[in-house]
Design a protein around this ligand. Sequence first.
Ligand SMILES: C[S@@+](CC[C@H](N)C(=O)[O-])C[C@H]1O[C@@H](n2cnc3c(N)ncnc32)[C@H](O)[C@@H]1O
Length: 292
Amino acid sequence: MSREGRKLLDRLAGEDVSAGRTLALSVSLRQEYPPELVAAALTQQALRASARAKFSLADEMLFTRAGLEQASSELTARHAAARFAGARLVADLCCGIGGNLVSLAESAGDRAIPPSLRARADGDGVVVGVDIDLTSLEFARHNVAVCAPGALVGLVLADVTRISLRGFDAVFIDPARRDDRGRLPSGHYRPPLGWCLGLADVVGRVCIKAAPGLRREVVPAGWETEFVAVGRELKEALLWSPPLAGGGATTRATVLPAGDTLAAPAADKPLPTARAAPRTCPACSPPSLRCP
Ligand SMILES: C[S@@+](CC[C@H](N)C(=O)[O-])C[C@H]1O[C@@H](n2cnc3c(N)ncnc32)[C@H](O)[C@@H]1O
């Protein structure tokens, strides 16, 4: 961000940028700043205001509209990151603007981790965020500096399907689940769910964030599916590979912020689920009955 842009954003801090107020603000700011900069800063200020529902430091963070919509909230991201405590080198694949990255970085540097689980002599782990979108990565860098200052975080601009994960001991992946036309079925996530599940063959400890409406049959045996709700609102399904599955559970329901959790152990019969009628996937070309 340019020095001028930063100055303008600082000036807008705390400003009401609701529709009724924006026009007057815009007219007055354009006397001092270029119109494109004013428009970008007003948009950023509006995004920060919306982001307060997800992040306690939203007013200092940077967002793209799509990045904010898709970002995990601080509450759900911290919950997911807790199972990575003690990991030495974690990859956050498809890190976006850093919703999960920030929490993974916080937990990697958590001095409360028992010494026996600490991977590095100084007690800190390293997290590497990877995304294909440069603006998202730049904003993720800024957001980590704001929310987890001093954390050991690397950022890589790349297609996650084309990088080597040698040396990593854990992976979190939050594939894109929407495009311009709406929600994507899991076989069309970017990258597709099948590819994400295959990461467990390479790294072992894997967590995949998926839509809560995911069809259970697509989750392999030995994985735990954790449905995470905030209050009464179901937010996401986290798929934990066997080494990260908690106590052999196959299915778990967790309610935040209290963290109350109910798990069905592997030995139990699977929870009954409604059998979905076969349907063709509209995203497949030609339409397919077999797409997950
Ligand atoms: C659901 S968002 C991630 C949100 C993030 N976990 C957060 O909490 O802020 C998905 C991200 O995947 C990225 N993406 C999609 N396909 C990718 C690929 N093949 N390689 C790298 N990044 C990809 C998109 O650019 C987008 O930022």
